[in-house]
Design a protein around this ligand. Structure first.
Ligand SMILES: [Ca+2]
Length: 502
């Protein structure tokens, strides 16, 4: 099936509304200017200015008569100003749930038993899948932490928010612009308590941290724990674990992180048991340097990597058990996923897919996704429809009964699919991905079952028959190659995928 890009992906008007902001290096040196962020001109005034001059006349959202009156939605002027006028049309029948979004780091498609692993035990995730829905065609936009998380947190291709290329290291001054509307900023006006635990990787300077982006609370390590990032903190005593903006521990110890994050997640649930809540739990594991608590170390047939995954499984089990014990299971949607495929040269695997993180093969992009919400998300179902992290924000916005969503989204509301509505299909059929820059960027374009790699020569795969991308059929389908190439170039341009970064 050939489909046109949805209107929001054409982006011509968007391009006219964004510009680059340049600044000197953070140390004040007269170094070359740095690209720091893309701002929407319409919202570039400061937060303070926005509060002072805040009027709701720029907001016309949610006025359609067919909108359900949100049970929890009490928008503030500040959020009204940052939300645009994309009204939601049809309400779902499901009550607005609590939401827990668990995002593992570099967990491969084939690293859990319910996705085929034979040497890693994941009984809690297997039970979660048996009690919920397991998605087999859920993809991130980018095989790398920062751009993948930017798409998840905004519902936009990462290029639209200036984060298509590269990872933000701790000395980065660029990041997700304050004015971008995040998942937390969609949920918070709907009456949700919003908590962020774990890795952020979307900006570290003031205005870009989780509590600047709609989260009421933050606990965790903003960064990776690998040597590329810990080296920045060597003179300060090591990588900090933050509570809010306050350092609570130095250095962060990889083996402790899953247990710490689980403890905090359980405490967040307990503290907010009597009110709607949205928890984003960004695990540090099993990103390098993967490690595990003593209780799990040496237990998995996959070695230490498997130990780390088995601890993630146990963590998820503790969270689900907490919800059951508090009587919140039927009121809470839990989603378990990963930000990209497994790291190269680790025991992580994307089997039966080919490729890893840092590639735009399916192994880099397609990740596990399990949704659990007893009584609402069908139990024991395997869903093969194509969806993406881009679709998370509009879907959660719908479930939370948000009156409006940010303008310019690349995602779709897939709540009918999630909730198992009869004959529900995914509105998504396309996905553009890019990794790298300069001489050899990797780009791919997905349209339904066709997957094109914009290599030289181009490679084309039919994922229906060949999910492992093993048999190049480009020479047999030159028309398909031409059409996907044109669509990829259009999407690249419209989403500013090649904006260079320092
Ligand atoms: Ca990652």
């Amino acid at each position: 099936m050939w489909t046109e890009l949805p209107p929001q992906q054409t982006g011509t008007d968007l391009r006219a509304r964004i510009f680059r902001t340049w600044t000197e290096g953070r140390d004040g040196s007269p170094s070359r200017p740095r690209f720091v962020q893309i701002r929407h001109q319409s919202v570039q005034r400061s937060n303070r200015a926005r509060e002072i001059s805040g009027r709701t006349d720029r907001f016309a959202g949610g006025a359609r008569g067919d909108l359900r009156t949100p049970r929890r939605c009490v928008p503030t002027a500040r959020f009204l100003l940052t939300l645009a006028v994309v009204s939601l049309s049809v309400a779902t029948a499901a009550p607005a749930p609590n939401v827990i979004l668990i995002n593992c780091d570099d967990l491969g498609y084939g690293d859990t038993a319910c996705y085929g692993a034979k040497d890693i035990r994941t009984p809690h995730l297997d039970r979660m899948a048996a009690e919920g829905t397991r998605f087999t065609d859920f993809s991130v936009t980018s095989p790398l932490c920062t751009p993948s998380r930017a798409a998840l947190m905004t519902g936009k291709y990462p290029g639209r928010v200036g984060l298509a290329i590269g990872v933000l290291r701790p000395d980065a001054t660029r990041g997700l612009a304050t004015e971008e509307v995040t998942l937390a900023e969609v949920m918070k006006p709907c009456g949700y308590a919003t908590g962020c635990i774990g890795k952020w990787h979307l900006g570290f300077v003031k205005g870009m941290r989780p509590m600047d982006q709609g989260f009421d609370s933050y606990y965790g390590v903003l960064h990776n724990l690998d040597k590329f990032e810990t080296v920045v903190f060597e003179k300060e005593g090591g990588m900090p674990v933050l509570r809010g903006d306050v350092v609570e521990q130095r250095p962060a110890v990889p083996a402790e992180m899953t247990a710490l994050y689980t403890r905090e997640a359980l405490a967040f649930i307990e503290a907010n048991r009597a009110r709607p809540f949205f928890l984003y739990l960004g695990h540090a594991m099993p990103h390098i340097p993967f490690d595990a608590s003593p209780k799990f170390k040496g237990k998995s047939a996959r070695g230490l990597y498997g130990d780390a995954v088995e601890e993630l499984d146990d963590s998820t089990g503790q969270i689900l058990e907490k919800l059951r014990r508090l009587g919140l299971a039927e009121k809470t949607l839990v989603v378990f996923t990963s930000d990209n495929g497994p790291e190269r040269n680790t025991p992580g695997t994307a089997a039966p897919l080919r490729g890893t993180k840092h590639t735009v093969l399916e192994g880099g992009l397609r990740v596990p996704c399990i949704a659990w919400w007893p009584g609402q998300v069908p139990a024991g179902r395997v869903c093969t429809e194509q969806i993406s992290t881009l679709d998370v924000l509009p879907t959660l916005g719908r479930l939370a009964a948000a009156k409006s969503l940010p303008a310019g989204l690349d995602g779709f509301d897939v709540s009918p699919l999630l909730l198992g509505e009869k004959n529900a299909k995914s509105p998504r059929s396309t996905l553009y991905s890019v990794y790298g820059l300069k001489q050899r960027p990797l780009e791919s374009m997905r349209v339904s079952a066709w997957k094109l790699h914009l290599s030289t020569p181009p490679q084309l795969y039919d994922l229906t028959r060949d999910v492992a991308e093993g048999t190049d059929v480009a020479s047999q389908h030159p028309d398909v190659v031409a059409r996907l190439t044109a669509l990829a170039r259009q999407t690249r341009d419209d989403t500013h995928a090649f904006i260079p970064t320092p």
